[in-house]
Design a protein around this ligand. Structure first.
Ligand SMILES: [Zn+2]
Length: 302
């Protein structure tokens, strides 16, 4: 009997100690946000991907920006646990989040919101493997074996995934970024994976389908969860302050575009004249025009 208890303690100890590996042991760009929860965010703007280790296996959030990053993530998972990757949850449909499913599945079962498989097929770029391969010999090697893998499970509105000791609540965010966006909330750990409704100090590539009032509603919803850590779809882990920053930005943008439209200015004139000097240090300034397009649509009520 004593021997069995020792085995249990030894197993528990190894589980805890491996889970608490410092992020620097996994390589540059890795952030540890809680025991067993690691985020790969190589810089301020690149797509993030994350692993959540449980006693029953790993849950991945997104499949990383490109196959080289995915392979770095796979190596990191191996350092942290010998358990398989059981699930991969997509926070959005775009290929910088979903193209690398093939590196995780099998064995991972892929879960996304309804519409993801269809959007992936619609956006499919037959040249992407070739384009990536041309970047470097390492990338050429890393794209080997590519095939498109659509989600195995598409949920609608809400879903709960229980694995080992952890609970993942999947929440659909309507019209905030892609055709199907998912926030993932870990209520016990108070960690929120927030998709790309907000990033970190950067102008987001707003598609025409984005509705600013829905984006603002998503911030309200996500803040009401009271998370301790917020992991955006791009950029390093942060807090709910990113929602406040983007709320300030979109509110001011809509107000300025609205004022100029009231003065009778056309969309083209607004795009030429409108500046946002307070946000001059945000990344991707070239996307201000796209942001104005979406704000203009919102002030015109469509
Ligand atoms: Zn995207």
């Amino acid at each position: 009997m004593r021997f069995r208890w020792l085995t249990v303690f030894a197993a528990l100890f190894s589980f805890l100690s491996v889970n608490s590996l410092p992020a620097q042991d996994l390589g540059s760009g890795f952030h540890k946000v809680k025991d067993g929860i690691y985020v790969y965010a190589p810089d301020q703007t690149t797509t993030t991907c994350s692993m959540v280790v449980t006693q029953e296996g790993v849950v991945m959030i997104d499949s990383c920006n490109n196959p080289l990053d995915s392979r770095k993530m796979l190596a990191a998972v191996k350092k942290v646990t010998d358990k398989p990757i059981r699930f991969l949850i997509d926070t959005e449909t775009h290929n910088d989040h979903t193209w690398n499913h093939f590196l995780f599945s099998p064995p991972a079962t892929i879960i996304s919101h309804e519409g993801t498989g269809e959007a992936m097929k619609k956006d499919f770029d037959p040249k992407r493997a070739e384009t990536l391969a041309a970047r470097s010999p390492e990338m050429r090697e890393a794209v080997q074996g590519y095939k498109m893998i659509a989600p195995h499970i598409e949920y609608k509105d809400k879903m709960t995934l229980n694995l080992g000791e952890r609970t993942f609540e999947l929440i659909y965010l309507k019209n905030v970024h892609s055709e199907a966006d998912t926030a993932i909330w870990l209520p016990t750990e108070r960690v929120l994976f927030a998709a790309s409704a907000a990033n970190v100090r950067r102008f987001i590539n707003l598609r025409p389908s984005v509705v600013i009032s829905d984006v603002l509603a998503s911030y309200k919803l996500m803040k009401s969860l009271n998370p301790e850590v917020v992991v955006p779809g791009h950029g390093p882990p942060s807090t709910t302050k990113i929602f406040d920053e983007y709320e300030g930005f979109y509110t001011l943008l809509v107000q300025r575009v609205g004022d100029m439209a009231k003065q009778g200015k056309s969309l083209d004139e607004i795009k030429k004249e409108l500046k946002m000097p307070t946000y001059a240090d945000w990344h991707n300034q070239e996307r201000l025009g796209l942001n104005i397009d979406v704000a203009y649509k919102s002030v015109k009520g469509n």
